[in-house]
Design a protein around this ligand. Structure first.
Ligand code: ZN
Length: 355
């Protein structure tokens, strides 16, 4: 059995500057054709090395093969026009020019399956693969065809399920769906969001996870967070629904956040990926700070169910900062594990003394 407090990351890491310009969302690729294919794979190898050296147990490809966590998947589907974009207000927060759904959406070929196979062959660690969640996909598009967010989400859920099953077959241990939209549209989460998510994960035998966060450290998100008040209780709406769902793991933001940690107790029976690294600042946590976040969360979830993690993807940070944060996460989890071992030793000594 693996030791408790298995570490992992939300998903993305910054890319090397020779592959893509740093600190930019939707950054373009700097290589073409076969060089791009080779460059992406070299970047995955480096992302793995950084995680493994930092002591991260369940690793990802750092999302080195995609430009954006949602749109790269959608670009590979039919029914979406990327040429004539329209403006939408993403997550009620900021305007963005987005592609338009012009017909029935369909997946004619696998999207990330080759990348998943490469990842499996490139590391002996357990691996996690991330996909966008159905509601977040809907929220990143202008719909000129379905006329119903729910129907479009359901179509995406079926497509995601095909992709997830194919990825699972490559030997992936965890498939995570990213649903930051779950922190915004509470009525829709209740009415159809969790069901669409379960449809996306239907029939998977590997672990399934959902990541719900307050976003990257970009200005629109920082401004939004200022409006949320002293206590962020958004998770209070969704966690009871997820606790009753078939999803195994929930990834949430805790470090440097106004989320009251007692909300974790609402996830009883689930694995909890506790964000112990703030991705909205370049300041690197100390291992002791990471351990303190983990200890605080341990009041509400057992060590076997607690996975120290990052709050969100680290793609907007510099590689140097991201690497230092990975090391802090690995070292902080080890400090917290040491506490647990000490406590177990004390308990067994006390038990022997009592005989
Ligand atoms: Zn996130």
């Amino acid at each position: 059995m693996p030791s408790p407090l298995q570490t992992t990351i939300a998903g993305s890491l910054p890319k090397p500057a020779w592959l893509s310009p740093p600190a930019q969302l939707w950054a373009p690729w700097l290589l073409r054709d076969e060089r791009l294919v080779e460059g992406k794979r070299d970047a995955v190898r480096l992302a793995l090395l950084d995680q493994e050296q930092a002591g991260i147990d369940i690793v990802t490809d750092g999302e080195q093969t995609r430009r954006h966590f949602v749109t790269t998947f959608i670009e590979n589907l039919e029914g979406v026009d990327f040429e004539h974009k329209r403006t939408v207000h993403i997550r009620n927060r900021y305007d963005a020019e987005v592609p338009v759904v012009v017909g029935a959406v369909a997946r004619r070929h696998p999207v990330f399956v080759d990348d998943a196979r490469f990842l499996r062959a490139a590391t002996t660690h357990r691996i996690k693969y991330t996909l966008p969640g159905p509601m977040t996909m809907v929220d990143t598009l202008y719909d000129a065809h379905y006329g119903s967010r729910e129907q479009l989400a359901w179509a995406f859920a079926e497509i995601l399920n095909d992709e997830a099953r194919a990825i699972e077959a490559e030997g992936i241990d965890v498939i995570q769906f990213d649903e930051p939209a779950f922190n915004v549209y509470f009525d829709e989460v209740r009415d159809w969001g969790v069901r669409a998510l379960e449809r996306a994960a239907q029939g998977l035998r590997c672990n399934t996870a959902v990541h719900i966060c307050y976003g990257y450290g970009i200005q629109a998100n920082i401004d939004w967070k200022k409006t949320l008040g002293a206590e962020w209780r958004q998770y209070e709406n969704t966690f009871p629904l997820l606790a009753g769902s078939k999803i195994d793991q929930v990834s949430l933001e805790c470090a440097n956040s106004h989320v009251p940690l007692e909300l974790i107790a609402l996830l009883e029976g689930k694995d909890v990926l506790v964000g112990a690294i703030d991705v909205a600042t370049a300041r690197v946590e100390t291992p002791e700070e990471v351990a303190a976040t983990i200890r605080a969360a341990l009041k509400y979830v057992s060590p076997e169910r607690l996975y120290p993690c990052t709050n969100c993807g680290m793609v907007p940070l510099s590689r140097e900062v991201a690497r230092a944060k990975l090391r802090a996460l690995g070292a902080g989890a080890e400090l917290a594990r040491r506490d647990l071992r000490r406590r177990a030793t004390r308990r067994s000594r006390a038990a022997r003394g009592a005989v």
